[in-house]
Every structure is written in structure tokens, then in C-alpha cells.
Design a protein around this ligand. Sequence first.
Ligand SMILES: *Cc1c(COP(=O)(O)O)cnc(C)c1O
Length: 720
Amino acid sequence: MTTVEHTQDKLTVDEFYGKCMALASNLWWSWTPEVEHLFRDLDPVGWRQTDHNPIALLQEFTPQRLYDRANEMVLFTRINQGYRRLKEYMNLRQTWASTHVGVLGSKPVAYFSAEFGIHESLPIYSGGLGVLSGDHIKSASNLGVPLVAMGLFYSQGYFRQQLDINGYQCEEYVDTKVEKLPIQEATSPEGDPITITLETRNGSLLAKVWKMQVGRVRLYLLDCNVEGNLPEDRQLTSRLYGGDERTRIRQEYVLGVGGVKALRALGINPGVYHINEGHSAFGPLEVIRQRMADDGVTFDDALRDVASQTVFTTHTPVPAGHDRFDHDVVEEHLGPLRDELGLSYEQFMSLGRVDPQDPEEQFCMTIAGLKLSRTANAVSQLHGVVSRRMWAHLWPWRADEEIPIGHVSNGVHSQSWLADQMKTFYDRHFPIDWMDRVGEGEVWQGIHDVDPGELWELHNTLKSLMISFIRRRLTKQSRRRGESDEVIDHARSVLDPSVLTIGFARRFATYKRANLIFEDLDRLSHIINDPQRPIQLIFAGKAHPKDEPGKHYIQTIACLRNEAAFRDRVVFVEDYDINVCRHLIQGVDVWLNNPRRPLEASGTSGQKVCLNGGLNLSILDGWWAEAYDGSNGFAIGHGSSHVSDEITDARDAEALLEVLENEVAPIFYNRDIDGLPRDWIKRMMNCISSCAWRFSSDRMVMDYAKHCYLPAAGGLSCKI
Ligand SMILES: *Cc1c(COP(=O)(O)O)cnc(C)c1O
């Protein structure tokens, strides 16, 4: 500890460069502000231009130039400190998991997901599911849960969004440069690169394996862009959620079956398989095949064993969210595996069917997930109820409440979503080890003792930062479209920091009803232009390339800037991603969420808002249905919906404007003699103390570890 200064003097250029690369190569930096700031301080402009990618940033310099620059900026001590902290973190033996779920010990949990949202510089995610997986593995790392993650390497990821002059969404796919990512080829225990072979009825598919270090968790990514594959197969894993049904099943075949094969090639023998969403539900079938081949057991015996080791999480009640495949593509791809399992065609199809006898029924990945696992869960309390009802016909002899689907409510990784200033603020007011205990309620109770004025001031600082980010973005957007000087000037000064500011950003899936607040434009205009209590709205989000109604919503909102009544009041920020999300959730006064109940399984963006002192204004759906207590935010409606969507939408739209006009705005603008909105600040505090811990991914992973992984690993039984 005391030798830091001396070490610094002795650093050679190579040692220095090695330490920088080591820090950039473990995604741990992305939730460790001291290290992130280091990269930023090395080259603030380059940092922004590279999408906050430290590997790309470091590559802009020769080691000597980087060394000189660090010298100039007096960064050596910080680099040494960061490096030492990383070592300590990686070597830590005493963790939450070693104390509480030590039984998981030697055999890791294998966590399968089609996307991982870890950081904006790694475009292998599209939305909430990916960010949830990213937050899951970050918390598993912090808690010391032995876990390896398996996903796909998408060389183009999801599309970048730009709106044209008419507000219509255009999609652009950008090639990711592997050399600029913190990934390496994974190798077998003997040190050889790994290529997985997957048989189909139509030749074989090859995939290689990349590895990436996310704190203590290793993330493996399968990539079909290898020599030996047909040209079209080399593109198979290039895009997330692109292509047709056949692309889709091929990707899922690679992820599930290929993932299990990859684990074996890597010499990893998992104790638990966590199938996060149906995409990877073919995986357990390969585990069964291995068990049969290794131990000479029957399919039924192997299935029983493997199912008891498998945890399945379902993520949506929206029908389109459940992949279903026709029998011919299933047979084309899974046929060879089916032969090895010794199953007839009907027997195999029945694993993905409600009615095994119905030849018309497609193969549903969620049903496969449910049939191949003994522990299944939904992602919020309400989603648990909905899922049990939705899948009840799989267990026709059971009552709804006996359907074996529980719930583990989603949460977010506090350290990734907290504003730096907020973190510093909590450091001052919370117990010294609060960061290691974010999933515990008592840690957060100190918020009630802080000075309301201080909290309010901090919130307004964050709000200003958000507004300057948005102005920068909008100015850039307008320039790119070649708009007039007048429009560009408007963008430069758009939004007023003193005005009640509402954010809405998420995928533009139609059930999320991004347009709900605009159902009655006259009334909305009246409300948001109230001279005493004005309101401004920020929108962002991508529509799936094939979702025309979703794109139409975007266009409608983007075009409001052509109308005088909305010009200063509504903005649309392009290309929603983790970076845009982070800025918005840290700075808004209110986060709006108005899905058609009960279709939002959980939702997580609102949880990110809570951490930073924003308030939720939401339909009582998903996580908010269990989080809202009357004093920690705002509810739209009373948590009911009509059988007719049209009637539900009309009622909810009305309820939204009602609560906005009569509750949200009055409380926000009701100031005391010090200019403080006391009731508002009280709600901020209530929200932080009641939600920050409960909807943290630390709490979520602890729940999975205790109630799902432990029983699945054959350890102590669950104690819910
Ligand atoms: C958190 C997050 C989401 C999830 O938002 P929901 O409100 O759950 O839909 C989607 N996209 C990004 C980039 C996120 O960071």
C-alpha cells in the first residue's frame, strides 16, 4: 500500500501499457468509476468518439505516447491503484456466495442468454432482456456466485437507429471490429482453439468460441463466422433478432446445443443450467444426450436428472415473444440429435407442444423450457400469476396456484446505473460497506436522514447534465439531416431545466403504447403548456425493423416538433442504447411507463430511475404492481384492464392525463419558502428506501442462488 509512489517511479512503458490493457480487458471497469474516469481522462474526445471503448481508445496510441500522456496527466498513481484493486477483486475469496451458497462451490452455474447488455461499447444486446442478463452476471460476479455465461457473438449486433427528415426510422448495421473488443479466442484445457460442430440433416454448422471477462464471471460467445461454414452460415450469428424462422432456429440451435458442447470442450462441468428465456431451451437436450452417452442411462432417466439441474426463466406474456417453429425446420436441425436421443419424431415434437398428439401444433421454445426444467420462474409477482394462468393447460390436472412456475422479480445492477455524483452522495450518508450490500433493505434507510435541499440540488445537477446531453444529441441529429440553422439553434437550447421533465424510453413494441399520452392532443397541449406548471417530454427507443406500427409511433412523436404547441415540449432522441438510457434515467424528474396490463412482465428501466432519485409514473403492471405503495411514486389507473383493448387504452389514456394534471404537476410545483418541493422530495426518499434494494440485481441473484440454483445443484432445499 505504501509503495505506490515508488512503484509508479519504476513503471516501465511495457508494464504501464500492460496494466492499461489489463484494466480495459475486464468489463469490471464499466462499473468502477475510478477506472472508467481514467480512460476518459486519458483522452476525453477519443473516449466519446469510440463509444466509450477503452480498447479502441488505447489502440489510438503507441505505448510510448500513451505513457507520455499518462505522465502529463499525472495518471500513474491512479492506474496502479486501479490495477491493484482489480487484482484484489479477482482474488477475493470471502464473498456473499462463499458464505451463503458455498455448496455451489466447484460446479458453476451455466447461464444461457441470447443477448448480454453489459456496456454500450459491446453491441451484443437489443433491449431489456440483454441488459437484464448483463446485470445478472455483474451481480453474480460481485457476490461471488460461481457462474459462467453463454451467448452469441453478433458481429453486427442490433441496428443503429436514425430518423429521416420525416421522422421515419432507418436502420443501419455496423460491423464490429473484433480487435477493438475485450474478447479473445477461448481455448480447451490443452490450449487449443475450440470449434464446435453441429450436425443438421443438411450438412454441419461450425462455431468458434470467444471469451470475455466480466469481473469474475467468464462470458463465452459463439460465432459462426468461421472458415468451413457456407457463406450464408458465416452470417448466421451476425445480427440479433434478424432473419426468418430458419435463421432463428439455427441461431437457437447454436446457442443451446452449441453452448452445451462448448462447455464440454472448455472442460467445464456445470452443476446447474439456467436457461434465461426460451431461446436456449434446446440446450438441456444436448446435456441429456451427453448423460446417455456417458452413463448409459435411458432418455427418461437422463431427462429426470437434467431437468432437476435446470432452471428456466420465462420473460414475457406477449405471444410473439415465444418462438414457435414448424416441424420441418425442427426436424432439419434437431433431427440428428433426436436420433441420438432415441426419440421418435412425435416424441421429440411433443417436448415443445401442449398437446403431444396434435400434428398441427408447432414446437414452442417456452414449452420446451418448461418441460425440460424442474424449476421455472416468471420475472415479477404479477407475471408469475399471469404465467401460471397462461401455461396452465400444460398441467390440466392442477389448479392455477399449483402450476410449478414461481417468480423472481427482476432487478438492476446499482453500480452500473447509479450516477457518479449519486454514488458519492450515498458514500457520504450510508454505511461504509453499502456498495457490497445494495441488496439489503437497511442499507438504504439512511436516505430519510439526508438534507432534502441537498438531495434536490443533486437531482437538479443530474437533470442539467441530462439536458446538455440531449441538446448535444439533437444538434448532431439535426446537422446530419442537413436541417436549417434555425432548427439547429433550437436544438442547441431545447428543454428548460426548471420545467417538470418526463422521460419515456424503451423498445417501441406496440403493447408498450408509446403513443398513449398523445391520444388527446388538445388536452395534452393544454396541460403541458400551462404557464404555471409546464411539462416537457423526452422520448427514445427503437422499433423492430419489421414492426411498422412501432415505426409509425416513432414517426408521430418525432413529427410533433413541427407543431408550435409541442416544439419546445417534446423531443425524440435517436439510437436508444445503454448510454442514452443511462443519461435519461439519471436525470429525469419522472419516468413514464404505460404498457397494456398485464403484458409488461417486469420492466427494468424504471428501477434504474429509482436509484437516482427520479419518480415513476406507471401503470400498475410488471414490477411497479408490487413496488408502488402510494407514497413512492405515481400510479396510472387502479391496476385493472378491460377485455377490449380499445376500451382499456382509452381509459388508461384518460387516467394518465388525469394523474399528470392533478397529482404529478401540482406536487412538483408546490414549493416552500426555500423553493423546495417538500412532498416531491419525500416521495423521492420513499422510492429510494423502498425500491433501490428490492429491485437490485444483487437481491435478484441472491434469490436465484438460494431458491433456484441451490436446490438445482442438489444442495440444501429451498426455504421460501
Ligand atoms: C434497461 C434498458 C431497457 C429495459 O427497459 P424496459 O423499461 O424494461 O423496457 C431497454 N433498453 C436499454 C438500452 C436499457 O438499458
